[in-house]
Design a protein around this ligand. Structure first.
Ligand code: ADP
Length: 850
C-alpha cells in the first residue's frame, strides 16, 4: 500500500469522521433544541397547573361558603315547614267541622278535635284505629242515631260507601242530636280524607220544613229542585222517584202528565203543559190544582231574590169537600127558601082570592041602604080587609125579593106626579091627625124620568106612610132635589122629613132589617109588619140607589134615598099660555108652605107678597099692595082661608082668590066658597098650580065647571065578557058593573070564554088567569089565533091574584093587552071599561070615581 493511498485513505477516513462529527453535532443540537422546547412546554404546563390548582382552591372556597348558607336555609325551611304544619293543624283543630286522614289501609292517621269530639270517652278512637272498627263503635256504642237499622248493617253500609266512586255524601246524626255531612275523598296514595261538616242548623231548618203540613219546594233560577220536603215529594203516588234535587220543574210536570194525575189536563196535555210552564214567568202564583184521584192542592209560589222560586202545596181536598158540602147545603137552603117564597106567593094568591070577595062585597054593601050600625060594620069589614091586603102585599113583595123574582119595569113617568099621588093617597090619614103633607120639588129639576113608577110609588108610600104614622103633630115634608150626574142622568135625592116621635140612634140600623120595629112603649101602639123599610131598602138598592135615615128622638126623623135616573126624552112641554099675573099674595101660617110657594111662583116669573095670617093679608091689601091673585091656605088659626076670602071681598078687593086646601070638598061646602076662583088640593102639584094661574091669566075668572061626564049617545050597548071561575068573584064583578049600561056575559072557564067570543062578539074581555080546563093564557092565545085571519083585535084584560113577577111577562106574551091585580076595585074596573069602550057603543053611563 502506497502512502498516497494510505494518505487518501486517511483523508477519506478523516473526511468521513468530520462529516460524522458534523452530523452528530447537528443531531445533538437538534436534540438540545427539542429538549429546550420540551422543557419550556413542561414549565408552561406546570404554571398552568399551578393556576388551575389556585382557581380550584378558590372555587372550593366559594362552594364551601355556599354550602354552609344552603345548610342554614334548609334548617330555616324545615323550621318554617314544621311551624306551618303546626299552624295548619291548629287551624284545622279550631274549625267546627271534623277533618280526618286515613291511610291506604283505612287506618286513622290523624283527625282534628271536631272529628274526635263525639268520641270523647272512647279512648280507642285515636290514630291507628281502622275505619271499619270506628263504624262498628259508632253503631254499637250509641255514638250515632241509627234509627231502626241493625247496627251491623249500618256499619257495613258506612264501610261499603268507601268502595263507591265517587263516594256520595252521607248525612248522619250523633246521639246528641247534632248532624254532620260526611264528605270523603280518596287521596293519591289510596288513603282517605274525610270532612264531617256540621249541618245541625241546616237540618233544623230542614226538619222545620219537613214538619210543615204542606208540601214545600225550592227551585233555583234554572227551575231545578234545590230542596223539597216529603210532603211535596209524595204529593201524588210515584212522584217520589223523580222529585229529587236537580230535577227540573218540567220533569216533574211531565212525569205527572205521563201518569195522568192532572184532572184538568186530560186530553190536552201539551197545551196544558205549555200553559202551566208559562206561569213560571209570573212573580206570584196562587191557584188550585185538581188531581184525577179527587184531591185538590192549592199552589202558592213566589220569586226568590236570586231568581229561583219557593213554593207551597197545600192540600185543600178536605176544604173543597167542605165547601162542596156547604155549597150543597146553601143550594138546599136556597131551594127551601125559594119553596118558602113560592109558598108565600101561593098563599097570598089563595088569600087574595077570597079577600076579593070580602072587600068587594063589603064595598058593595056600603053602597046599599044601611043603618048607621050596619054601615059601621060594613066599613070595618072593608077597611080591615084592605089592611090585611096591605100586609099580604108586603109579604108577597118581600118573598118576591127574597126569591130574586122581583123585576123592575122601567118606563117614562112623571116623578112629581107620582109623589103628588102618594101624598094625596095619604092625605086623608094626615088630615085626620091634623098634620100637613108638604112637597118641595126642586124647581129646576125635570119631572119626567125613566124608572119603575110602581115601585117608586111603593117606596114613597112606605116612607111617607111611616112619617104620617109616627107623627102626631106638625108636618111631613117630601123634598126632591137633583143634580145632573152625567148627560141625561139625574142624581135624585128624595127625603121624607117628619116632626114625629123619632128613632133612638141605637135603632137606626135595626129598623131596615126584616120584621124589625123599634120595640118600646111609644112604638107598640103603632101597627105594622116591620117589613116596609126592609122592602124599601131592597127596592132602592135594586134600582142602584141607597137609603139612609137620620133622626132626633122626640123631634122627628128624616128618611132619604139617592137614586140616579135617566131623564125621559120628549117630556111634554109646559102648556103654552104664559102666566100674565105679575104679583101674587101668599097667605099661609106655615113657614115651609110659604117658602115653597114663594119659590115656585118666583121661578115662574111671578112676584110675591108673603103674609103669615089673614089679618096680615088684609093689612097688605089695605095698604094698596098691587097683587093680581091671592093664594091662601085653608086651615089657619084665627082666620081660615074661607073667612079671609069673605073678608077680602067685604073690603072691596076684586082679585081672584085661590084656596089651597087639604080638604077641598069641605072647603067647597063652607061659607065663603062662593068667593073662590079655584080650590086646589094640597099638596099642590106644580103643574096644577101653574095651569090654574094660566087659566086665571086668560079669563081672570073662575074656571068653568068640569064637563058633564056622560052624554046620551046613540048606538048599541058595549059588550063585556068576564071569564071567571069563582062564583063569588062573578057575583062581585057583576055587582061592581051593575050601574053601567053594558051587556055582560060570564064564562066559567077558558073554553067557555073562547066559545062566547065566537057567539057573543064581546068588545072587551076580562080574563081570569087561573081557571080550570083552559086557563086564561091559553084562552087568550086561542082567541088571538082565531083573530089572525080577520085582523080583528078584541082587548083582553087579565085579572089575576097571582102577582109574582114574570107572570106579567107570560101573561102579556099570551096576547093579553092589559093586566089587573085582584082584589078588583070598582073604580078601576069602571075606568078600564070606559077606556076600552068602542066608539060605536053607547056611553057606558057611570063615572070612574074612586
Ligand atoms: P112597620 O112600619 O110596618 O112597622 P117599617 O119597616 O116600615 O115597618 O118600619 C120599621 C120600624 O121603623 C117601625 O116600626 C118604626 O119603629 C120605625 N120607623 C119607621 N119610620 C119611622 C118614622 N118616620 N118615625 C119613627 N119611627 C119610624
Amino acid at each position: 500500500m502506497d502512502i498516497a493511498e494510505r494518505l487518501a485513505q486517511e483523508r477519506r477516513a478523516r473526511l468521513a469522521a468530520e462529516r460524522l462529527l458534523d452530523l452528530k453535532s447537528r443531531e445533538l443540537h437538534a436534540a438540545n433544541e427539542k429538549l429546550a422546547l420540551h422543557a419550556r412546554a413542561l414549565t408552561e404546563q406546570i404554571v398552568e397547573q399551578r393556576h388551575a390548582a389556585a382557581s380550584a382552591r378558590s372555587q372550593a372556597e366559594v362552594l364551601r361558603g355556599q354550602n354552609s348558607r344552603f345548610l342554614s336555609d334548609l334548617e330555616r325551611a324545615h323550621t318554617a315547614a314544621v311551624m306551618a304544619e303546626r299552624r295548619l293543624w291548629d287551624s284545622i283543630n279550631t274549625i267546627r267541622d271534623g277533618f280526618a286522614v286515613f291511610d291506604a289501609q283505612h287506618r286513622l292517621v290523624m283527625a282534628n278535635k271536631a272529628y274526635l269530639r263525639p268520641f270523647e270517652g272512647h279512648p280507642e278512637v285515636r290514630p291507628g284505629i281502622v275505619y271499619a272498627d270506628l263504624a262498628q263503635l259508632c253503631a254499637h256504642r250509641g255514638v250515632m242515631r241509627i234509627g231502626d237499622e241493625p247496627p251491623d248493617d249500618w256499619a257495613a253500609r258506612m264501610c261499603a260507601r268507601w268502595d263507591l266512586d265517587p263516594i256520595p255524601p252521607q248525612d248522619t246524626q250523633f246521639s246528641d242530636g247534632s248532624w254532620v255531612r260526611l264528605i270523603d275523598r280518596r287521596s293519591r296514595d289510596g288513603g282517605m280524607v274525610t270532612l264531617a261538616i256540621d249541618i245541625t242548623e241546616q237540618m233544623r231548618v230542614v226538619a222545620g220544613i219537613e214538619a210543615l203540613q204542606d208540601g214545600f219546594v225550592l227551585f233555583d233560577s234554572q227551575d231545578r229542585v234545590v230542596m223539597c220536603n216529603d210532603r211535596f215529594r209524595t204529593r201524588y203516588p210515584g212522584a217520589e222517584e223523580v222529585t229529587r234535587p236537580g230535577a227540573t220543574f218540567e220533569d216533574l210536570i211531565r212525569d205527572g202528565l205521563s201518569r195522568g194525575v192532572y184532572a184538568e189536563a186530560e186530553g190536552r196535555e201539551e197545551e196544558w203543559l205549555a200553559e202551566r210552564l208559562s206561569w213560571q214567568s209570573m212573580p206570584e202564583i196562587d191557584t188550585e190544582q185538581h188531581f184525577a184521584d179527587g184531591r185538590s192542592l192549592r199552589i202558592l209560589e213566589r220569586r226568590t231574590p236570586d231568581g229561583g222560586r219557593v213554593g207551597l202545596r197545600i192540600d185543600i181536598t178536605e176544604q173543597k169537600r167542605r165547601e162542596a158540602e156547604l155549597e150543597a147545603a146553601r143550594a138546599a137552603a136556597e131551594a127551601a127558601n125559594r119553596a118558602k117564597s113560592a109558598f108565600l106567593a101561593n098563599m097570598s094568591h089563595e088569600i087574595r082570592t077570597p079577600m076579593n070577595g070580602v072587600v068587594g062585597m063589603a064595598e058593595l054593601l056600603c053602597d046599599t041602604a044601611l043603618t048607621e050600625e050596619q054601615r059601621l060594620f060594613a066599613e070595618t069589614i072593608k077597611s080591615s080587609g084592605e089592611a090585611l091586603l096591605v100586609i099580604i102585599n108586603d109579604i108577597l113583595d118581600y118573598s118576591k125579593i127574597e126569591a130574586e123574582k122581583l123585576t123592575l119595569y122601567p118606563e117614562p113617568f112623571d116623578l112629581e106626579r107620582v109623589i103628588h099621588e102618594v101624598a094625596m093617597l095619604l092625605q086623608p090619614r094626615a088630615r085626620g091627625k091634623g098634620i100637613d103633607i108638604l112637597i118641595d120639588y126642586d124647581m129646576f129639576l125635570p119631572t119626567r124620568f125613566i124608572g119603575d113608577p110602581g115601585r117608586l110609588r111603593q117606596v114613597l108610600t112606605n116612607l111617607v106612610g111611616n112619617a104620617v104614622k109616627f107623627t102626631d103633630s106638625g108636618h111631613v115634608l117630601i123634598r126632591i132635589v137633583g143634580i145632573e150626574a152625567e148627560d141625561g142622568l139625574q142624581q135624585l135625592h128624595v127625603t121624607v122629613e117628619d116632626t114625629g116621635i123619632g128613632i133612638a140612634p141605637q135603632h137606626l140600623d135595626h129598623i131596615f132589617g126584616e120584621f124589625n120595629q123599634v120595640e118600646d112603649a111609644a112604638n107598640r101602639k103603632f101597627e105594622g109588619t116591620g117589613l116596609g123599610l126592609a122592602i124599601t131598602r131592597r127596592l132602592i138598592e135594586r134600582m142602584g140607589g141607597a137609603v139612609w135615615v137620620e133622626s132626633d128622638p122626640g123631634r122627628g126623623s128624616c128618611f132619604g134615598f139617592r137614586l140616579a135616573l135617566p131623564v125621559a126624552e120628549g117630556a111634554p112641554p109646559m102648556p103654552g099660555v104664559p102666566i100674565t099675573l105679575r104679583r101674587a099674595l101668599i097667605v099661609d101660617d106655615q113657614f115651609i108652605n110659604r117658602t115653597i110657594l114663594q119659590r115656585q111662583l118666583e121661578t115662574a116669573g111671578v112676584e110675591t107678597v108673603v103674609c103669615r095670617s089673614g089679618a096680615e093679608a088684609l093689612e097688605a091689601l089695605a095698604q094698596g099692595s098691587a097683587v093680581d091673585v091671592v093664594l091662601t091656605d085653608h086651615d089657619m088659626p084665627e082666620m081660615d082661608g074661607l073667612a079671609l076670602a069673605a073678608a077680602i071681598r067685604a073690603a072691596g078687593h076684586r082679585q081672584p082668590i085661590v084656596l089651597l086646601s087639604s080638604n077641598p070638598a069641605a072647603a067647597r061646602a063652607g061659607t065663603g066658597a062662593q068667593y073662590l076662583a079655584a080650590t086646589l088640593q094640597k099638596p099642590i102639584l106644580r103643574s096644577e098650580l101653574f095651569g090654574r094661574l094660566r087659566a086665571l091669566s086668560v079669563t081672570e075668572a073662575p074656571a068653568p065647571p068640569p064637563a058633564p061626564v056622560s052624554a046620551p049617545l046613540a048606538g048599541r050597548a058595549m059588550r063585556v065578557l068576564a071569564a071567571e071561575d069563582n062564583r063569588t068573584n062573578q057575583l062581585v064583578f057583576g055587582k061592581m058593573v051593575r050601574d053601567l049600561d053594558i051587556e055582560l056575559e060570564f064564562a066559567a072557564n077558558g073554553r067557555e070564554a073562547v066559545d062566547l067570543w065566537h057567539s057573543f062578539h064581546p068588545d072587551l074581555i076580562f080574563m081570569d088567569i087561573s081557571m080550570p080546563e083552559m086557563d086564561g093564557k091559553e084562552a087568550a092565545r086561542a082567541i088571538r089565533a082565531a083573530e089572525a085571519s080577520s085582523g080583528a083585535h078584541v082587548p083582553i084584560v087579565a085579572l089575576t091574584a097571582h102577582a109574582m113577577d114574570g107572570d106579567e111577562a107570560a101573561v102579556l106574551a099570551a096576547g093579553i093587552d092589559r093586566y089587573m091585580t085582584k082584589p078588583l076595585r070598582k073604580s078601576a074596573i069602571v075606568r078600564m071599561i070606559a077606556e076600552m069602550a068602542p066608539p060605536m057603543a053607547r056611553q057606558i053611563g057611570a063615572t070612574a070615581e074612586d
